[in-house]
Design a protein around this ligand. Structure first.
Ligand code: SF4
Ligand code: SF4
Length: 56
C-alpha cells in the first residue's frame, strides 16, 4: 500500500524534496501523497521530523 501523510504534518516540505518519484505535493494545510505515483520506498517517512508519513 502507498504511504499516506497524517494530520501530524507541519508542512515543512522536506519529504517532497526526498521523494524519488515526485509523488508528494503541498495540499490544504499539509502535504499529500499521490497513491498512483508512490513506490513505497519509505524515504518520506525517514525524512519527516514528525513521523507524519505512514504506510496504510
Ligand atoms: Fe515518495 Fe517513497 Fe514516500 Fe512514496 S514512500 S511518497 S515514493 S518518498
Ligand atoms: Fe509534512 Fe513530514 Fe513532509 Fe514535512 S516531511 S511536509 S512534516 S509529511
Amino acid at each position: 500500500m502507498a504511504y499516506q501523510i497524517t494530520d501530524a504534518c507541519i508542512a515543512c516540505g522536506a519529504c517532497a524534496a526526498e521523494c524519488p518519484v515526485e509523488a508528494i505535493t503541498e495540499g490544504d494545510g499539509k502535504f499529500e501523497i499521490d497513491p498512483e505515483k508512490c513506490i513505497e520506498c519509505g524515504a518520506c517517512a525517514g525524512t519527516c521530523p514528525v513521523g507524519a508519513p505512514e504506510q496504510a
